[in-house]
Design a protein around this ligand. Sequence first.
Ligand code: GLU
Length: 505
Amino acid sequence: MSDKVRVRFAPSPTGGLHLGGVRTVLFNYLFARQHQGTFILRIEDTDQSRFVSGAEEYISECLKWCGLHPDESPEKGGPYGPYRQSERKAIYRQYAEQLVQEGHAYYAFDTPEELEQKRRQIPNFQYGHMFRSEMRNSTSLPKEEVKQLLDSGAPYVVRIKMPVGETISFTDMIRGEVSFETGLSDDKVLLKADGMPTYHLAVVVDDHLMKITHAFRGEEWLPSAPVHLLLWKYLGWEDDMPQWAHLPLILKPDGNGKLSKRDGARLGFPVYAMSWTDPASGEVIPGFRERGFLPEAFINMLAMLGWNDGTEHELFSLDELVEKFSLGRVSKAGAKFDFEKAKWFNTEWIKKLEENKLRTYVEEVFAQNNISVPDRDKLGVVIGMVKDRCHLLTDFVLQGGYFFKSPESFDLDAVKPKWTEQKEEFFRSFAQILLEHRSLSSHELEEKFKELATEKGFKIGEVMLPYRIMLVGGKFGPAVFDITKLIGEEEAVRRIDTGLGAIGA
Ligand code: GLU
């Protein structure tokens, strides 16, 4: 690993992780790996009012599930720790003070009530150059009064003094040249009354101290860029400023605005990487993992939201993405999210994934559904038989569960109306054949079944469908005689018995 490339994912642990957040992690990760660089996880938890218990652990687990392992993190440590901003509180004040001493920031003593009153008086009030002189701060109050206030321990915040009439520009790695007029932004708070930095100060100080070279973040952070650029300059670190890349938004399926968790609820698909339970309300917001997505497919799908390799090729493993990814091919425009396409990636990955890995995933899903798998080899055979029918990992429960557990219900509507005593007799005879000829192959068994049907005057379909329903519970699954052989003749006979009981009841 070299210090030439150091990137960071810097989430605020306030809830579930949106798929756009995971894509930011992914692009950071790909860039770091591609350059033999270092990928850092930094937890930006300075806003104590937004602290949500469990959110940090959830983020770490998401990264593990996706296989995007940080080189430095709160959990792992590293040479530039601590990696949780709340544990770095003591570091930031000196920089805020430096900015005040040099005239780039000031103390503001306005109480919440005073600010509220101003907001009521002035529509769209912004604490900035327009009203700075009307407020109670170290630019408007006499020096003596400022000193008195500070000496008496009056609460204050530190605000950046945004200049007027300057144009600030930088070159974004995705968007190219971006410029801002400084006068449009308000004087953002840098240090709060409780001594905690805000995001704006902490992100700049930490990117500097942690020697971040490239910063990838969502496009929604672009409006904050001028404040950050000024801070880099005022703190005298301009030459070390990371190169920025603001990633395009992930849009609603109809392209109208940013995809939100509410869109997921409305349209019936997950928006978070993993399910998130809000500790306050108990509300559960579904995740891709629980919906049955393979991390390999989830990652692949995310990479393609805003990037392609310039060909029609769409299926890439993480290693292939590390090799192929290039920022030059990341689009500036937002990418529409399409759940059907996401499922397509998963279907393809179910076909493509190395057998042993898939088996482990299916085992996990089975365990969650109380299906025990005493025989891993048998599971391998089952997966081979049914995987073409599965789009999501959870589909294996229906498509493969009956190989290990007899069906709990039968699709009786499909058999009951045409049921006759003769059919019951047929199945009793077939059960007898099963017990007497255990060494038959599935093909030979099928021949016996057909012979018996002809002998009893049935068309094959008339008895084949009921047999399938007795074995698996419904009208699905691979060839019934393959199923019979795999569950074993005795189990098949037990299912015939139970099935006959259910149909006759
Ligand atoms: N803490 C910010 C977030 O929650 C990080 C933005 C950035 O990467 O600068 O997304």
